[in-house]
Design a protein around this ligand. Structure first.
Ligand code: AMP
Ligand code: MG
Length: 334
């Protein structure tokens, strides 16, 4: 049963508890309602894609409570800090490099927090935002973790700006809907890529471009995406950032040959250091949660190829197969 509750203190604490336990909660933000999950929990983030019925894994915006929280997993250089200071909290999302793990043995004052690779679609960049809505901020503070949150609608539908619309979209797919009336801005956040020398606008939104230009100077707009679900590279120079294993993938494989690794799905008796099961129970949410971790591990094993057993084309299987197909392309842009 999906509960809709007015976002008072008690409901916010309930939402935080659900999020910490890996459940999905719809929360109000000043842009649109978000479908939130703990961004450090693979299964929780996998559930977002399942609930939305998204046919592919695209990167999600990670919502934080402070610039310092963002700096635990994101590289916040001077230009990024300046933008954060000027526009956060607010409807501006900043795409920045993921902070690399510290060299082993090095003591760090604030250890990097480990985002689920599903929250970034396996990229080494991450989209972060500090929302202005008091309820969103209270939920993030109470949960104590960064929240991955795309708009709270089924894939392909318009973003909901009030709790009724969220209920129409996601009833029974979300544990709780926190209600706080209409989203004051009503359009998505502006997305700005700060990974290169020049800032690129990826998506126009609630933060006016003129104000950004006034703050940091010229912004490239050639990379603006018409289709939010699109994962095509923004410009040729940026294509290489998409994660794909270097080891060739062989899909729809029934068996693996000598020298190959094997990815299985569902009950399977084959075992060994070169065999990895996405989900022995045949659970597609678990398989999605494991996908990027398994590929990265096997990619380091020096195998001739990674053979992948068939994955059913249902539920999250669509996104898993999409990701595998694009990782198997020779030019590896996916
Ligand atoms: P949504 O979460 O539905 O509001 O959409 C998030 C938007 O941010 C989409 O346009 C994504 O493609 C974009 N985005 C999120 N993370 C990244 C990233 N690491 N690199 C580029 N674009 C991103
Ligand atoms: Mg959306």
């Amino acid at each position: 049963m999906t509960e809709i509750r007015a976002a008072d203190r008690d409901a916010i604490d309930q939402a935080a508890g659900l999020l910490r336990r890996g459940e999905l909660v719809a929360i109000p933000t000043e842009t649109v309602y978000g479908l939130a999950a703990n961004a450090t929990d693979d299964r929780a983030v996998a559930r977002i894609f399942e609930a939305k019925g998204r046919p592919r894994f695209n990167p999600l915006i990670v919502h934080v409570g402070s610039p310092a929280e963002a700096a635990r997993f994101a590289v916040m250089d001077d230009r990024v800090q300046e933008l954060a200071q000027r526009f956060w909290p607010g409807p501006l999302t900043l795409v920045v490099p993921v902070r690399p793990p510290p060299p082993s043995g090095a003591a760090e004052p604030s250890p990097p927090s480990t985002l689920s690779p599903l929250a970034t679609a396996g990229l080494d960049t991450v989209a972060v935002r500090l929302p202005a809505h008091p309820v969103a901020r209270a939920v993030i503070a109470a949960a104590g973790v960064p929240l991955a949150a795309p708009s709270a609608n089924r894939s392909g539908a318009v973003s909901p700006t009030d709790p009724r619309a969220v209920h129409e979209e996601l009833a029974e797919r979300v544990a709780l809907i926190l209600a706080a009336g209409r989203s004051p801005i009503g359009v998505e956040s502006t997305v700005l890529d700060l990974c290169g020398d020049r800032p690129h606008l990826l998506r126009p939104g609630g933060c006016p471009l003129e104000e950004i230009v006034e703050a940091i100077g010229p912004v490239e707009t050639a990379a603006v995406r018409a289709d939010d679900d699109a994962m095509r590279p923004r410009s040729p120079g940026l294509a290489g950032r998409h994660y794909a294993p270097r080891t060739p993938l062989r899909l729809e494989a029934r068996h693996h040959k000598a020298g190959e690794a094997l990815v299985t799905f569902g009950p399977d008796l084959r075992q060994g250091p070169e065999v990895a099961n996405l989900s022995a129970d045949g659970d597609l949410v678990e398989a999605a949660a494991n996908l990027f971790h398994l590929l990265r591990r096997l990619d380091k094993g020096g195998y001739a190829a990674i053979a992948v057993s068939p994955i059913p084309m249902a539920g999250l299987g669509l996104a898993i197969n999409d990701r595998l197909r694009r990782a198997a392309l020779p030019d590896r842009i996916g």
